[in-house]
Design a binder for this molecule. Structure first.
Ligand code: CA
Length: 552
């Protein structure tokens, strides 16, 4: 699917925007005293279906903008989106775009730049058809790129949106500004007598002031492409933008910033271009002109919220209520993880000699957990694992089911990926941390008390003498958090999947400790003190994990 196929380019076109160098006249922005500080505004325009020929209809220009909107809203932008398929004020017509960006008249209430100041950030993204037309700017003929709104007429600048005019409008208002354009740059002869419509000439664009940038989907004389085969259907450029954001390494403040994305976008677009079969010499090479001494924060890599959460737990058959401190980390795309704050302290690790079914390796000793830490409230789910690792090899499939058939190595890789994305030190819990968190101050075989019974956890109760009722959940994993929490608010510490810890089980360093028993195991194996083990590369349908990280 070609967005454009470049026709014969006029001799005068040259390399767009690279001619001449002249300083930009400094325009002092009028700053209103009561103007809101630090707003982030985005205007997104996408057009699939054009009213007039010869514009070819597109399939994914509007989808480009819909996906970008999600990311920018997550990043705190106020987003105004105009689409070819929308109605009324939201339709991507030339008038609606003019109203938002250019028409300063008092009666135009939709003018977005009116109160914008240098403290604000404005991002404008355009996806659709485009043309390059030779027009007169300041008495001089110059070729400038135009975006085609839904009702554009080819070769008629007065029906189009000049990219240079957008840059000029932003230049006057002085917000930190970024313009992203995926539109054709085909040379079109102007219709007779229609040579006005642009403002800033290319020399000025080339020497943009600090804090303003423009990125085109391709370099001059290149085609831009859209394809069903990238990200479920996108223009390659905005696919590249979205992918670069998704895979970006955040800065120290946990933010994803623009300038860092630029090389990544180039790489992603080039890769996508290759992937959809564009010949090497025709591969899209986004052109970028920009100068930012201050970063544009596109979005945060993650959002953290800490709250007190009420929960119920069960001790010796009695239901009790408590609260715990929970940190929710939101990774975007609907993926969240929750962690419970575990306070440092001392506890007796292992089981007393009189504990029923105990093993010799559970020698009791006092252990001190020296620092507070955040412990996964739940086992890592398949949705979380898949979002991070791109695959899900679990035997039982379900977003809220714990991931299983993951090796110790897989679990560590998950932590590594998480650490790239979030500025924390994620790891698997140590065996001591795990047991400390599981016991949650209890000394009984289970945090539930002396016995475990159906309804308290997902384990195999076929071996239980009393009651001999069949536990309907025994033959597979269950959604995490389906059973009562422990006294500190952690779920599924007994049963569901058995969990990888960081410690070697044996002196020979052949096997890794796993804890808590699973849907496969009888209650004995689910006890707080029970020490299981397996080979680091073993992928078993009842071994999963949860992660933890230190409190700052
Ligand atoms: Ca478990």
């Amino acid at each position: 699917m070609l967005r454009i196929i470049l026709g014969v380019i006029g001799l005068s076109s040259g390399i767009l925007l690279l001619e001449g160098l002249r300083p930009v006249p400094i325009v002092v922005a009028q700053v209103k005293k009561d103007a809101p500080k630090g707003r982030k505004i985005a205007v997104l325009v996408g057009v699939n279906q054009y009213t007039n020929r010869p514009y070819e209809n597109l399939r994914y220009a509007e989808r480009d903008m819909e996906r970008l909107k999600e990311v920018l809203e997550w990043g705190g932008f106020e987003v105004v989106m105009l689409l070819g398929s929308a109605k009324g004020n939201d339709e991507a017509t030339q008038k609606n775009i003019n109203d938002l960006l250019f028409d300063k008249s008092e009666k135009n209430k939709r003018y977005l730049l009116r109160d914008v100041t240098e403290n604000d950030t404005v991002l404008i993204a355009l996806s659709g058809q485009g043309e390059q037309i030779q027009v007169k700017v300041g008495g001089k003929e110059t070729e400038v790129p135009f975006f085609c709104p839904k009702n554009a007429e080819t070769g008629n600048p007065s029906t189009l949106i000049s990219i240079n005019s957008i840059l000029e409008a932003l230049d006057q208002k002085k917000p930190t500004s970024l313009v992203l354009v995926d539109a054709c740059r085909k040379f079109v002869k102007p219709v007779e007598g229609k040579k006005s419509g642009a403002s800033m000439d290319r020399a000025k664009v080339q020497s943009l002031r600090d804090g303003i940038g423009v990125m085109f989907a391709s370099s001059d004389r290149q085609e831009t492409v859209e394809s069903t085969n990238v990200g479920g259907g996108h223009g390659l450029f905005f696919y590249g933008v979205l992918e670069a954001i998704k895979s970006a390494t955040p800065n120290k403040q946990g933010q994803i910033v623009w300038e860092q994305l630029v090389p990544q976008i180039r790489t992603k677009v080039s890769e996508a271009s290759e992937y959809v079969g564009v010949a090497e010499r025709d591969r899209q090479r986004p052109q970028y002109i920009g100068n930012f001494s201050k970063d544009i924060v596109i979005c945060a890599a993650t959002k953290e919220t800490i709250k007190m959460v009420d929960f119920e737990y069960v001790t010796e058959g009695k239901k009790l209520k408590s609260k715990c401190e929970v940190m929710e980390i939101d990774y975007g795309g609907g993926i969240k993880m929750e962690f419970v704050k575990i306070k440092k302290g001392k506890f007796m690790m292992g089981s007393p000699k009189e504990e029923k079914d105990r093993d010799e390796n559970e020698t009791q000793k006092e252990v001190e957990i020296k620092a507070d830490f955040w412990m996964g409230r739940y086992e890592v789910t398949q949705a979380q694992y898949k979002a991070m690792m791109g695959e899900n090899l679990s035997r039982f499939k379900g977003d809220k089911l714990p991931v299983e058939k993951v090796s110790f190595e897989n679990a560590k890789q998950f932590c590594d990926k998480l650490n790239e994305k979030v500025n924390k030190k994620f790891s698997l819990p140590s065996e001591a941390q795990w047991e400390y968190a599981c016991r949650a101050g209890t000394k009984t075989p289970f945090h539930f008390g002396t016995t475990m019974s159906s309804g308290l956890a997902n384990y195999n109760d076929m071996f239980q003498s009393e009651p001999k009722k069949k536990n309907k959940t025994q033959v597979r994993t269950t959604d995490v958090g389906s059973f009562p929490a422990n006294p500190w608010g952690l779920f599924d510490m007994h049963g569901n999947v058995i969990e990888w810890c960081t410690d070697w089980y044996d002196a020979d360093k052949k096997q890794i400790v796993v804890r808590g028993g699973s849907w496969v195991h009888n209650p004995d194996y689910c006890r707080s003190a029970k020490r299981g083990y397996n080979f680091p590369l073993a992928r078993v349908h009842d071994i999963g994990f949860r992660v933890c990280f230190p409190v700052d």
